[in-house]
Design a protein around this ligand. Sequence first.
Ligand SMILES: [Mg+2]
Length: 256
Amino acid sequence: MTPDELRAQLAARPAGTALFTDFDGTLSPIVADPAQARPYPGAVDALAALVTRFHRVAVLSGRPLAYLDPLLPHAIDIAALYGLEQRVGGVHREHPEAAHWRPVMAELAADAARQLADHPGVTVEPKGLSLTVHFRNAPAAADAVLRWATAAGALRGLHPRGAKASVELHPPVAIDKGTLVTEWSAGADTVAFFGDDLGDIPAFTAVHALRSRPGVQAINVLAVSDETPEEIRGLADAVLDGPAAVTALFRSLADR
Ligand SMILES: [Mg+2]
């Protein structure tokens, strides 16, 4: 569907519409230093304005809650670290199966720093309950990083997940953006998910599956960039040109 058709669908029945969005690359432009990523100007205010009108508005991200919490007002619910950490109604909570993985992840971060020290430009980002290793500034080290992640993850029973110029390792807890979309859209008759990357595939897949709920319309929106992985293009019902166009859509919905 075109952006105008998408806007019309989302504006048709706001009280029955659940709107979920990824953060990096969807709400927030990709930047060289991930610690500097900020929401596109106007995006947060628009989302916050939609909270009172829509069935549910939530940000689903692989970032830790400590990063997202100060950037998003409490009205907007957050699933951080793919749901391992959540802020719902302003209250912080952690997945009950996640806590005992903290020491494992801390030891993993130390191992990454040791094993990847010979690759300048590779950055290890410990996230408490998960770990991301970035090779955006060291593309030649990609193979070495992926080899380390595969071996180190297998040794500890962790799950690797690919993302843009990075790899993430997660505890084997059965929660991801897909289970979150399914659970948090209960009672909605329209569900929209906005994403841009491989970590969003479970959500895109869950949105497709929601179409089997009677009377439910479910829409996948892809925020495209030069780096959009080929395998997710085919999952999109609508395509928007990055965080700027996503923000423009949210603002137009908020202004109605
Ligand atoms: Mg993203």
